[in-house]
Design a protein around this ligand. Sequence first.
Ligand SMILES: [Cu+2]
Length: 415
Amino acid sequence: MTPKATTIVGATSGGVSVGTFTGNGVLNVASTAGFPTTGTVSVETPSGAVQLTYTGLDPGGTAFTGVRLKSGTGTLVLGTAVNWSDVQVTLPLKGKGIHDEMNSTTFDEYGRMSANLGLEAPGATPLAQNIILYPYVNPATELIDATNLPDGIQMSPISTSTDGTQIWKITHNGVDTHPLHFHLFDVQVLNRVTWDNIIMQPDANELGWKDTVRVSPLEDTIVALRPVIPRLPFAIPDSKRVLNPMMPLHAKGDLNSTLNGQEAGFNNTDVNGNPLTTAISNEVVNNGWEYVYHCHILSHEEMDMMRPVDVHVSWSPPTAPTALTYDQGTLRWVDGTPYSTSPAAWDMHHSEISFRIERAPVPAAGDAPAFDLVGNAIANAQSIVDTTADPGTSYVYRVTAWNEGGQTSSNVITR
Ligand SMILES: [Cu+2]
């Protein structure tokens, strides 16, 4: 069953995509529905936004033609606008669930309550609540595709269905209020709906972007989550780990025995609430940028009231280091993505996580060097001292930059 959709009406400014363009020339937009009569258009290019102004438009009338672009490729978005009452964006609701009573969750031998987070089965109703609780080690169900999102702090209002925004409806079948804390991304409380269908506005102190939201029992707390990808001067590795580090690789529960299938620590239930026919196996998975959301009451989060939030960011091989030289033990090179004091110049998607310093004895003529890893230099480094070389041996060196997209090597030099 498809989750219900919600509609956001009346975003007040910014960020509505109205078309794409390539190259130089004139931009034509087929429809001006929703345009204010006077305003600013920003053209987002890979090198930054260009501001254009226009006047005299007929909203919903004639085609929007004749905007002359300097150069580049990108997406035309409406920037500062004055009247957005007719802009509507439809986003699906993502059903999440909380349970903190002992018919579905447990108390350990010390009496500590184990509340859990999970999903709400699609199509659940107040009289047929169906929450699927997952331990942290179960495969991630909160996934953010950030491969097409811009870097940097851009807290403009929700404006398109493809800007990464997700609407989470967190339903709570239990007894206690839990402060849910979101890592990396802030959220906005839209409203709450009790199970007997009373709609409640956010409190005055809940307006705006928050990192922690109160979730009370027997009602749905509905929040908008807006991914913001930090702009960094270096790349960082993805989180690649076994699902359950407490269990051996390939461990899984036995669905066909008298045991309950959870022997490896997994809940073998799918996102629709149905039992899996194949038990989850403890394998290495890539969680991308692995963040979490969790209850901020310490004894709850320590007792597994926490789930991963996997953010997938695009990577491509780092720009290769160049101009490698060797002088009296010191290797120097030019970083392909050097540190800049201007954050606008940072390009983490092509930056290195670190440099591998590779050395080999000078090979016989015609043979390729058999490089060994002899050291590592941190991202943005441009030199390192090789303290382990044998003074009597001739070597070749290269420096290799790597990230999650691949690796690129410098020129090879002989010492
Ligand atoms: Cu809690």
